[in-house]
Design a protein around this ligand. Structure first.
Ligand SMILES: Nc1ncnc2c1ncn2[C@@H]1O[C@H](COP(=O)(O)OP(=O)(O)OP(=O)(O)O)[C@@H](O)[C@H]1O
Ligand SMILES: [Mg+2]
Length: 264
């Protein structure tokens, strides 16, 4: 089943601002030994659009995002980034190509401070004569500014383990989007958070999207967790696409039944 959005997009012809989808996935599969985690996954993502990936436990959402961010290699199929066949050799390679991800389970280092987590792996340095030093003041200042930009002020000197679940998620998200990605992948960012924090995260992401035309893929177990946020939704079940709708035509009850394998 194809969504109306994708068909409209393809029909807009050569004069449209963007010539094609930013991301295209065709026939993607992933086996773990004899277990088929993903089977023949195909979809397109247009610039500045938000795609939801919904499915029950083990449906393959995290596996798909890990392939799209270089953490896993597919067993088959193809990925096109801005129309060009692409392989992400590693997370660093995917990041270089404009893909950022926040994982289902926090990747923050608990005993590192907020600013250290924010710049982990891309620390800023300054030169004094022939020597290079970490530019701690600048990193603290930039981390505080990035977090404050989204209406939050938590002390960047605090260790990550002292943050609440929502603050951890906001830190991970603001760290990822600081790199100004073309595509931002988020694995279950709403899980275990209150409606208020979820709305804050969605507001933050809308601002980012408006400012930079970033495309987003967000996973959730239930469509209701993301229905106010996405432009379209793909339903995964046991590694297969069992539904693909634009948000206007998606029906929560039908998505649920497809995700659970119940007869409509
Ligand atoms: N590294 C791995 N080795 C072996 N099997 C794996 C591995 N990662 C995932 N799987 C299997 O692949 C399938 C899809 O898992 P995945 O984590 O992608 O699902 P999911 O939709 O993210 O579910 P949830 O987040 O609710 O657990 C599951 O059957 C899982 O057991
Ligand atoms: Mg998962």
């Amino acid at each position: 089943m194809r969504c109306n959005f994708c068909e409209d997009y393809q029909d807009r012809g050569p004069n449209m601002k963007k010539a094609g989808p930013i991301l295209q996935v065709t026939g993607l599969s992933k086996n773990f030994g004899t277990l088929r985690a993903l089977s023949n996954i195909s979809f397109e993502l247009a610039g500045g659009k938000i795609l939801g990936l919904v499915g029950d436990n083990g449906a393959g959402r995290s596996t798909l995002l890990r392939i799209l961010s270089g953490g896993l290699q597919p067993s088959g199929g193809q990925i096109y980034l801005e129309g060009k066949a692409t392989r992400f050799k590693s997370p660093a390679d995917a990041m270089k190509k404009g893909i950022a991800i926040t994982y289902q389970f926090s990747q923050l280092v608990d005993i590192a401070k907020v600013w250290e987590n924010f710049f982990m792996g891309r620390e800023l340095t300054k030169r004094i004569g022939p020597l290079a030093f970490l530019d701690v003041q600048k990193m603290k200042h930039l981390a505080a500014g990035a977090i404050a930009k989204y209406g939050h002020t938590f002390d960047v000197e605090r260790e990550a383990r002292e943050l609440s679940g929502g603050q951890r998620r906001l830190l991970a998200i603001s760290r990822a989007i600081q790199a100004n990605p073309k595509i931002f992948l988020m694995d279950e960012p709403t899980h275990g958070l209150s409606k208020r924090v979820i709305n804050e995260i969605f507001d933050l992401l809308r601002k980012t999207k408006e400012a930079s035309d970033t495309s987003i893929i967000i996973t959730a177990q239930w469509y209701e967790q993301v229905c106010d946020f996405v432009d379209e939704v793909i339903v995964l079940r046991r590694g297969e696409v069992v539904g693909h709708f634009d948000a206007e035509s998606a029906d929560g009850g039908q998505v649920f039944k497809l995700a659970m394998g119940l007869t409509p």
